[in-house]
Design a protein around this ligand. Structure first.
Ligand code: PLP
Length: 444
C-alpha cells in the first residue's frame, strides 16, 4: 500500500491504536478508510462501493444513512443533549425506551438498566450477579460459566467470560471465578454417529458435571449467546438450549442470554431467545438496539434477578453503581426510533423471508473446492474454508479477495462471516454471494 504523507491513512498509522491488529506491523498495511454509507453500502475515500456484509460490526440493522435516526438525534440534542439518571433524576427518552423494551421482551422482565456497550453491560451483569448472591446470603455463589468460542466483550469480567484465548493471553484473564464449557459446534465436534439430540445431551451433561464438581452452591450464572457469533458463527442444535436450561434450573444457576448480536431480528425472530426457546433471567442487548448509530446497550432483568438486588440496596441505603452515560438521552431516543423502524418496515419478516436464499447461497459457497462447511440461521452465517499451512491464512485471503470484489465480510479463523443489514434485498444477497464466489475462485 502506498501511503501519501499527511493523508488520513498516514495519520491513522501515526496516531491511532487499533483493536484486533498486530500493532507493531499495522503500518505495513494500514486501514481502508470508509467515508460514507447508504443503505447496505459503504464507500471508501477513493469512491469504491462495498456491500457491508457484516453490517459494520454485526449491528447496522436499518442500513447506513437512515435520516430518521439523524433527525431524531438532532431534535434530542437541541432539546436536551445530555442528562443523567443518577440519584432521583430521569428523562423521557430513557423511560420511553425502557418501557418499550419491557413490552417487547419475549419473557416477563421487570426492569431495564442502560449502558453504552455490550462489554459494559455484561460486566455489570456479573457485578449484579455477585451483589445478588451476597443479598441472598450466599457469598460463595459467585462462579460464572461461559463457553469456549463464546464472546461477551473485553472488560475484565466480560473478557473473562469470553472463551477466546486471544482475548485472554497476556491480559491475565480469565478471572479465577470464571469457567468454560464446550462450544455447541455439532458439525465440528460431534462424536462418530452421534445425533444432534445426543450431542445436546452430552453438552448438557458436561455442564452438569462441571457444576457438580465446582459445587452448585458456588456457581451463580451461565452466559450464552443464542447463536455464537464473534467466535465464528455456531448455531446450536435444536434441543441444545432446552437441555442446558434444564441443568441450570436443577442447580439454581441464572441464565444470562447475551443477545448483543441476535437481538432485534437477526435470527428471524425479534430475539434469539424466541428462535431457540430460551427463557433467560437476564437479556443483554446492544448493537441492533440503535443500529450502532449511537453507543447503547441494555440489561433486561426478571423479578428473580432484580428483587434480591433491590433488597440489598435498601439494606445498604443505595445501589452503588452508575455510569455518566447510562440511559443517555440521545442514544435512547435514537434506539427507540430505530426499533420503530425495525417494526414498521417489518425487518424481522424481511430476515425470515430472505433467510432461505441467504442460507442456500452460503451452502452453495461451501461446495467450492476451497470450502469445507457452512453454518447459519436467519441472516447470520459463515462459510468455512479448508485450512492452509497456517491456520487463519485461508480466511484472511478470502476476506481480502472479497473486499477487492466489493464485499466487506469478516474472517474469523478460516471462516468468513456474514451478517448484512436487515434491510438487504434478494438482489443484494445474490450480488454479495456472487462477489464472494468470484473471490473464492481468485484465492490461491
Ligand atoms: N456480546 C456479544 C455477543 C458480542 O458480539 C459483543 C461484540 O461483538 C459484545 C458482547 C461486546 O460488545 P461491545 O463491543 O459493544 O463491547
Amino acid at each position: 500500500m502506498t501511503v501519501m504523507p499527511n493523508s488520513t491513512e498516514a495519520r491513522d498509522i501515526a496516531y491511532q491504536l487499533h483493536p484486533l491488529v498486530d500493532l507493531r506491523n499495522y503500518g505495513k498495511t494500514g486501514a481502508l478508510v470508509i467515508e460514507r454509507g447508504e443503505g447496505v453500502y459503504v464507500y471508501d475515500n477513493a469512491g469504491n462501493r462495498y456491500i457491508e456484509g457484516l453490517a459494520g460490526l454485526w449491528s447496522v440493522a436499518v442500513g447506513f444513512g437512515e435520516t430518521r435516526l439523524s433527525d431524531v438525534a438532532k431534535r434530542q440534542m437541541d432539546q436536551l443533549a445530555y442528562y443523567h439518571i443518577f440519584a432521583h433524576k430521569t428523562h423521557g427518552p430513557s423511560v420511553d425506551l425502557a418501557e418499550k423494551l419491557i413490552q417487547m421482551a419475549p419473557v416477563p422482565m421487570s426492569k431495564v438498566h442502560f449502558t453504552s456497550s455490550g462489554s459494559e453491560a455484561n460486566d455489570l451483569v456479573v457485578k449484579m450477579t455477585w451483589y445478588r448472591s451476597n443479598a441472598l446470603g450466599k457469598p460463595a455463589k459467585k462462579k460464572i460459566i461461559g463457553r469456549v468460542k463464546g464472546y461477551h466483550g473485553v472488560t475484565i469480567a466480560a473478557g473473562s467470560i469470553t472463551g477466546l484465548p486471544r482475548n485472554h493471553e497476556s491480559f491475565d484473564l480469565p478471572l479465577d471465578r470464571m469457567r468454560h464449557v464446550s462450544c455447541p459446534d455439532y458439525a465440528g465436534s460431534a462424536l462418530p454417529g452421534e445425533s444432534e439430540a445426543e450431542f445436546s445431551r452430552r453438552m448438557a451433561a458436561e455442564l452438569e458435571a462441571l457444576i457438580q464438581a465446582e459445587g452448585p452452591d458456588t456457581v451463580a450464572a451461565f452466559f450464552g449467546e443464542p447463536v455464537m457469533a464473534s467466535g465464528g458463527v455456531y448455531v446450536p442444535p435444536e434441543t441444545y438450549w432446552r437441555e442446558i436450561q434444564a441443568v441450570l434450573r436443577r442447580h439454581d444457576v441464572l441464565l444470562i442470554a447475551d443477545e448483543v448480536i441476535c437481538g432485534f431480528g437477526r435470527t428471524g425472530a425479534m430475539f434469539g431467545c424466541e428462535t431457540f426457546g430460551i427463557e433467560p433471567d437476564v437479556m443483554v442487548l446492544s448493537k441492533q438496539i440503535s443500529s450502532s448509530y449511537m453507543p447503547l446497550s441494555a440489561i433486561l432483568m426478571n423479578e428473580r434477578f432484580y428483587e434480591p438486588i433491590a433488597d440489598e440496596s435498601e439494606r445498604r441505603g443505595v445501589f452503588g453503581h452508575g455510569y455518566t452515560a447510562s440511559g443517555h438521552p440521545v442514544a435512547t431516543a435514537v434506539g427507540l426510533e430505530n426499533i420503530r423502524i425495525i417494526e414498521e418496515r417489518d425487518l424481522v419478516g424481511n430476515c425470515r423471508r430472505l433467510s432461505p436464499l441467504f442460507l442456500e447461497r452460503l451452502a452453495g459457497l461451501a461446495e467450492h473446492r476451497h470450502a469445507k462447511a457452512w453454518r447459519g440461521v436467519g441472516l447470520i452465517g459463515a462459510v468455512e474454508l479448508k485450512p492452509w499451512a497456517r491456520a487463519g491464512a485461508a480466511g484472511a485471503a478470502l476476506q481480502a479477495a472479497a473486499q477487492a470484489e466489493g464485499v466487506i465480510a469478516r474472517a474469523i479463523g478460516d471462516s468468513l462471516c456474514f451478517c448484512p443489514p436487515l434491510i438487504i434485498t434478494a438482489d443484494q444477497v445474490n450480488a454479495m454471494f456472487d462477489a464472494v464466489g468470484r473471490a473464492l475462485d481468485a484465492i490461491a
